[in-house]
Design a protein around this ligand. Structure first.
Ligand code: SAH
Ligand code: SF4
Length: 353
């Protein structure tokens, strides 16, 4: 084996973390240890199709090989996890304690026919948007590909088969590019969960180098752009990233990216009372949506004592939605799922405070 693969973050085992490996890498590792590669396929099947993470329970594999598999691979997901179901039973928040005691949160959003997992890409976030609790707690560390995939595996293990993934949990996914896209390659592989690439959305606060790399790598995903404020002159007040990643340049890069494929683009707009809800602000947002040919998703602020803003009234939210509709821009309102369990947008990270 030429590549060196991830090991568990606490260094307490020398095994390779299984969920950070592509199926080809699993098989290659097996081969290196003298196990025929079809056994690698059997292991993948037990893990991803049957939710069996203990090699001793992989019945069609000989005991000797089960023992070798257990020696090579680390199948542990997290140190511990606590799950909370929202009152309306449409969201489940998993609080996952990592092996170095950092915490990462992911949220299952239940729909009638499918489940979406809102996944985290970093512990905390360095971007520091002033309306986001994850920004308030600051940056702890990058998640490994294993830790990203483990969020999906855990959700499966508690009975929620995941069909859709949104990178809208903790962290800025484009600042952890390698691990995020490795995890996407793993999750979309036919020998794992085979999640459709069209059902994966990466959300960014506007990290330019990240989208430039997507263009260079010809990696096409549904993109969500968290606008915050469409007015370049005032955007920096709530999103300090504006200084290095000016929206006016960023949107040109996004436009180029969109011209290369036909995946979706959404503009996420978190509404803050008397900050970004004026007629001028909404007009600027509409112009942006027309320029980028993008859908607008309105999110009313989820308030928190550590966040210095207030949400707007429901009446105003509907007025803004109708105004956008009148301009013939596609618009949706994201209703808060799981707010009672601090699982809604921008609320992740509570456990650190
Ligand atoms: N870092 C990425 C993805 C995580 S944030 C990004 O910023 O896009 C996911 C979404 O939650 C973003 O659209 C963000 O604007 C929104 N958000 C953050 N804090 C919020 C809050 N307190 N209330 C409502 N939405 C919030
Ligand atoms: Fe980070 Fe996104 Fe929160 Fe901004 S909104 S601080 S980029 S997680």
């Amino acid at each position: 084996m030429t590549q060196s693969h991830e090991k568990r973050i606490d260094g307490m085992t020398t095994k390779q973390t299984f969920f950070g490996l592509l199926p080809e890498e699993v098989k290659e590792t097996c081969k290196d240890r003298g196990i025929p590669s079809f056994i690698g396929d059997q292991v993948l099947h037990w893990v991803y199709n049957k939710n069996i993470l203990d090699p001793a329970k992989m019945r069609n594999i000989a005991k000797k090989n089960q023992e070798i598999i257990a020696e090579i691979f680390d199948f542990s997901l997290f140190k511990s996890v606590s799950s909370l179901m929202s009152h309306e039973e449409n969201a489940v928040k998993n609080n996952c304690v990592l092996f170095d005691n950092n915490i990462v949160e992911c949220v299952v959003l239940k729909e009638k026919k499918y489940n979406t997992l809102c996944i985290s890409s970093q512990c905390g976030c360095p971007v520091d948007c002033k309306f986001c609790l994850t920004g308030v707690i600051g940056f702890k560390r990058q998640l490994t590909a294993h830790e990203i995939v483990a969020q999906v595996v855990y959700s499966h293990s508690i009975g929620y088969a995941i069909t859709n993934i949104v990178f809208m949990g903790m962290g800025e996914p484009l600042l952890n590019y390698e691990n995020v896209f490795k995890s996407i390659d793993i999750l979309t592989h036919p020998k794992t969960y085979n999640i459709s690439k069209r059902n994966i959305t990466v959300s960014t606060s506007g990290y330019m180098a990240g989208v430039e790399r997507l263009i260079k790598d010809e990696r096409f995903v549904n993109l969500a752009f968290s606008v915050g404020m469409a007015d370049p002159l005032r955007r920096e007040q709530i999103m300090p990233t504006e200084k290095r990643n000016p929206i006016l340049t960023f949107i040109k890069v996004v436009k180029e990216y969109q011209s290369m494929h036909n995946r979706k683009l959404t503009l996420e707009y978190t509404l803050l009372e008397n900050v970004n809800d004026s007629e001028f602000d909404i007009k600027s947002l509409i112009n942006l949506s027309k320029y980028l040919n993008a859908k607008i998703n309105l999110i009313n602020l989820n308030p928190h004592p550590k966040i210095p803003y207030k949400p707007i009234s429901v009446k105003k939210l509907h007025q803004i939605r109708d105004k956008i509709k009148k301009e013939k821009c596609p618009v949706t309102v994201r209703y808060k799922k799981g707010q009672d369990i601090s699982a809604a947008c921008g609320q992740l990270g509570e456990s650190y405070l």
